[in-house]
Write a protein that binds this ligand. Structure first.
Ligand code: 2HG
Ligand code: ZN
Length: 471
């Protein structure tokens, strides 16, 4: 180790305490690989500050030593944004010890939480205050609010409540030079110039390190109904979405599309899962929430679904009769990603399209993939209600999954060319990280890329914050 490196580590130990500067291989191991096992990095150290002032001091120490920093939350990101590179020069800055709920203001319908609070803990704190924090995603038990902000996470309730971006009123951020932006305002109206907080949301730790946020809370719904429906194809699912919105308005909270093959994988890798509507090519999982208990929500949903059956929009449907049953229906959906991981690596896409273009896209893309890679298995699921599909491509049966990954550029080309031609986006909710950095450079317009680079160099002129990610 060079003199400089030893000095930096010593300074970091003085800031956070020796126990929170991890350097042995065993201690560092969980922080240097992403959750999909795609990226394996090397860290000079992992630092675990416990307060905003400590984060700021760590950033200043790293800046003085010209050491790049990789911020990390729950390490559940899908695009490798929280994994260090292989140079061994980067410091991983884990926000895990910053897990305080700082304040809940029920009258203002806001909650101020630190970056390392898990999403599930934030939801729980809101619930205990009789309110709802609606962000909801499969990894909510381990992903953190800081990571949710950094990636502008989406999930299953975007249809009704919006992305993370729409759920944040204020942020506290440590800048690349160690200064702190104290922006924890809980205002729904604030037109004092540029909306700086939105720069940090979705910037994957490349512009600053989010240490806390003011989140919007909502009234807790009084009734919830979950239904699984079987549909003939994606076009029918899109029509069903429209019909349900028409009848139930914003009581429709979630509308998830699941292909028959995705459901098969979910059940295969999670023995004991229910199989309520076997044998259909496509499914849509619907959730409804209501604030008034005047007309029973279940009656409204039941009648809407029977109308949908009469007009042949759906082939079959089942409505959960208890919270426990609803949880089991949701687990079919939420286990798909993990099932895919167990099945073997696959070429993942997190795309969004105008909802009106989705049915045509799925037909064209699958035909093109199967023509180019006979036997390739397309695993389609996702948040149809907001136009976001996880359009994943798995190896043909019997082909080694890792070998199949060599086709990633060609498969990406097939999928993303069509997405962009249909007016869609190559990253809906997972971000860019390293996984899609080259794709971004290819598909984003030169003028937008130039603006992004100028913002990056204005906020991080020495390029020490999460270098190599996004741009
Ligand atoms: C989900 O919706 C996540 O389950 C993960 O965004 C998607 O694994 C994926 O492709
Ligand atoms: Zn998703």
């Amino acid at each position: 180790m060079t003199q400089d490196a030893a000095t930096l580590l010593e300074r970091l130990r003085q800031i956070v305490g020796a126990d929170h500067v991890l350097t042995t291989d065993a201690d560092v191991a969980p922080y240097v690989v992403d959750c999909r096992d795609r990226y394996h990095g090397v860290a000079r150290a992992v630092v675990r500050p416990a307060s905003t002032d400590e984060v700021a001091a760590v950033v200043r120490a790293c800046s003085d030593a010209s050491a790049p920093i990789v911020p990390q939350g729950g390490n559940t990101g899908m695009c490798g944004a929280a994994t260090p590179d292989r140079s061994g020069s980067e410091i991983v800055l884990s926000l895990a010890r910053m897990h305080a709920i700082r304040a809940i203001d029920v009258a203002n319908a806001t909650m101020t939480v630190e970056a390392g609070v898990t999403l599930a803990a934030a939801q729980q704190a809101a619930r205990e205050a009789g309110m709802l924090f609606p962000l909801s995603l499969a990894s909510e038990g381990s992903c953190t609010i800081g990571g949710n902000l950094s990636t502008n996470a989406g999930g299953t309730a975007v249809l009704r409540y919006g992305n993370t971006r729409e759920l944040v009123l204020g942020v506290e951020v440590v800048l690349a030079d160690g200064r702190i932006v104290h922006g924890l305002r809980g205002l729904r109206k604030d037109n004092t110039g540029y909306d700086l907080k939105q720069l940090f949301i979705g910037s994957e730790g490349t512009l600053g390190i989010v240490t806390a946020a003011v989140l919007k809370l909502f009234s807790a719904p009084k009734a919830r109904v979950t239904a699984l429906t079987a549909v003939a194809d994606v076009a029918h699912a899109v029509d069903l979405l429209h019909a349900m919105k028409d009848v139930l308005g914003d009581r429709l909270t979630g509308f998830e599309l699941i292909s028959g093959f995705a459901l098969y994988l979910s059940r295969k890798h999670h023995p004991g899962s229910p199989d309520p509507l076997p044998g259909h090519p496509w499914y849509a999982l619907l959730q409804f929430d209501d604030h008034s208990a005047d007309v029973p929500l279940e009656d409204v949903v039941e009648s809407a679904l029977s109308n949908a059956a009469e007009s042949e929009l759906i082939a079959d449907a089942t409505i959960a009769q208890s919270q426990e049953q609803a949880g089991r229906l949701w687990s079919l959906r939420e286990n798909i990603s993990e099932a895919q991981r167990r099945e073997g690596q696959n070429v993942k896409h997190d795309i969004s399209l105008p909802i009106s273009a989705i049915a045509q896209f799925t037909r064209d893309a699958e035909a093109a993939i199967v023509a180019a890679f006979p036997g390739a298995r397309v695993v389609v699921f996702g948040h149809l209600g907001d136009g976001n599909l996880h359009y994943n491509v798995a190896a043909p049966e019997g082909v080694d999954a890792r070998d199949f990954l060599e086709n990633t550029p060609a498969i990406n080309g097939i999928v993303h060319d069509r997405v962009v031609a249909a007016g869609g986006s190559i990253s809906a909710e997972h971000g860019i990280g390293v996984l899609k950095r080259d794709e971004l450079a290819h598909y984003k317009s030169p003028v937008e890329l130039e603006l992004m680079r100028r913002i990056k160099s204005a906020l991080d002129p020495r390029g020490l914050l999460n270098p190599g990610k996004i741009l």
